[in-house]
Design a protein around this ligand. Structure first.
Ligand code: UD1
Ligand code: MG
Length: 429
């Protein structure tokens, strides 16, 4: 059995009021369309995934290196399917997803697909009950069987009250998809609607059903307000999954955590922390308030912040301690390193047990290039030192406070580089 999945992304995003197509706007750090691409890629029964897009929108998809089909003209969701089907007729089933309606839980797709295959349906619609159905196609049942879908603009008063809505996800047999040739343009919108396939197929006695989603909500995004609402739901999902897995989040409503993070049990996250994608935090670590973490790895039993900033490609081994106003970029800090106050380490490697004093700065950039510095194990770097990269500070070294280190320091040395103090007596203004 051959199954083709398609994601519709050719729309003009008129209601979005943005120069960018809506499907590349992110939710919890992930572009809308990527949720559906990833959900489909996790399903082993799907033989081909195609993104249907317009010429203009295609330049926002190119970098994803996915197979695309250009829709032209842009004549509605039904028009998209019709154009695609006319040059892709050799599949047994077509699974249709919308780029603006992301699926957070890929298992929904697995279940929807297996249910459709098992029950040998011709069209199955993934629907769900919502509190406010405004804007959605209403799913009309008769004797509990799918009868038709009516779009918001075409609904009568009673239909508007229905809160079972179309998520836009369809599973269509090769028998039913042929009906795209009978679609007529909607009189109000002057577009072909995929939803009209139901009415046509019912009249041919094809087997129709609706699969009601009761897992994480599948909501469409047509404007920024809806994007914000969906992000709120996605944040609640991400944090509640972490909390169930043993992460302690204090005042979770103030914490922002993106997708694709790994946080292990017994990590404590204090209020007002931002954790962006690619972050991995091992167990026993505490992230204190107002810290901002991006694409970095934090070992076990570390203490980070408050007000720490960890930038991409930072690796902290176990029991590292970073205090307030400490920024670390693309650096590796070994076990038990301490950087307790007001410091910047960029492109650096710091050995175990080393203490970096308050106000220490690695001067890693000369305006053109970045340079790396190494500070060995068991060093003590005194307060307000400037490390002019590239430089190597050997293990067990001691750098006096206020030093400007421009040359390598051998192992076990004491290094001081500061102007001599002059005490001038009888000084009067
Ligand atoms: C659509 C459904 C509606 C459903 C809702 C779920 C139709 C007619 N309506 O409404 O029943 O409840 O989604 O969110 O299908 N697109 C194309 N080519 C086109 C037009 C649209 O690829 O010619 C794409 C868009 O880029 C978008 C998706 O199809 O990703 C849905 O289009 P949109 O205009 O947002 O439909 P809705 O009004 O939200
Ligand atoms: Mg939409």
């Amino acid at each position: 059995m051959k199954i083709c999945a398609i994601i519709l992304s050719a729309g003009k995003s008129k209601r979005f009021n943005s120069d960018l197509p809506k499907f590349i706007h992110p939710i919890s750090g992930k572009q809308l369309i990527d949720f559906n691409i990833e959900a489909l890629e996790k399903n082993k029964n799907i033989n081909q995934i195609k993104i249907i897009t317009s010429k203009i929108n295609s330049k926002f998809i190119e970098s994803k290196k996915k197979s695309i089909f250009i829709q032209s003209p842009i004549n509605g969701t039904g028009g998209a399917i019709k154009q695609f089907y006319n040059s892709n007729k050799n599949f047994d089933y077509y699974l249709v997803l919308l780029a603006d309606t992301p699926i957070f839980d890929h298992k929904i797709i697995n279940n929807f697909l297996s249910h459709g295959i098992k029950s040998k349906v011709d069209i199955s619609v993934l629907s769900q009950k919502v509190n406010n159905p405004t804007g959605y196609g209403r799913v009309i049942l008769k004797n509990n069987i799918l009868f038709k879908i009516v779009e918001e603009a075409d609904c009568n008063f009673d239909e508007k009250m229905i809160n079972l809505v179309n998520t836009g996800i369809f599973f269509i047999s090769k028998k039913a998809i042929k009906n795209v040739s009978s679609l007529k343009k909607n009189i109000i919108k002057k577009e072909f609607y995929i939803t009209d396939l139901i009415d046509i197929s019912r009249k041919q006695n094809l087997k129709l059903n609706t699969y009601v989603n009761i897992k994480s909500p599948i909501l469409g995004v047509n404007n920024f307000k809806e994007l914000n609402y969906l992000e709120k739901i996605s944040q609640e999902l991400i944090k509640s999954q972490l909390i169930s897995s043993g992460v302690k989040i204090l005042q979770p409503e103030t914490v922002y955590i993106e997708t694709d993070v790994q946080i292990y049990k017994d990590v404590i996250i204090e209020p007002n922390v931002v954790i962006k994608k690619g972050v991995k935090i091992m167990s026993g670590t505490t992230i204190k308030s107002f810290s901002y973490l991006e694409n970095c790895l934090i070992g076990k039993n570390c203490s980070i912040g408050p007000f720490a900033r960890l930038r991409p490609e930072t690796v902290l081994q176990d029991e590292v301690k970073l205090g307030n106003f400490v920024e670390i970029k693309k650096s590796k800090l070994a076990n038990k390193v301490k950087v307790n106050h007001l410091s910047y380490l960029g492109d650096s490697i710091v050995g175990k047990n080393t203490n970096i004093g308050a106000g220490t700065i690695t001067c890693n950039y000369d305006g053109k290039h970045k340079y790396q510095s190494k500070i060995g194990d068991n060093c003590f770097v005194g307060t307000n030192s400037s490390i002019i990269s590239p430089v190597n500070i050997g293990k067990n070294s001691y750098i006096a406070a206020g030093s400007v280190i421009t040359k390598n320091v051998p192992n076990n040395y004491f290094s001081i580089s500061r102007s001599k103090q002059k005490n001038i007596k009888n000084f009067k203004k």
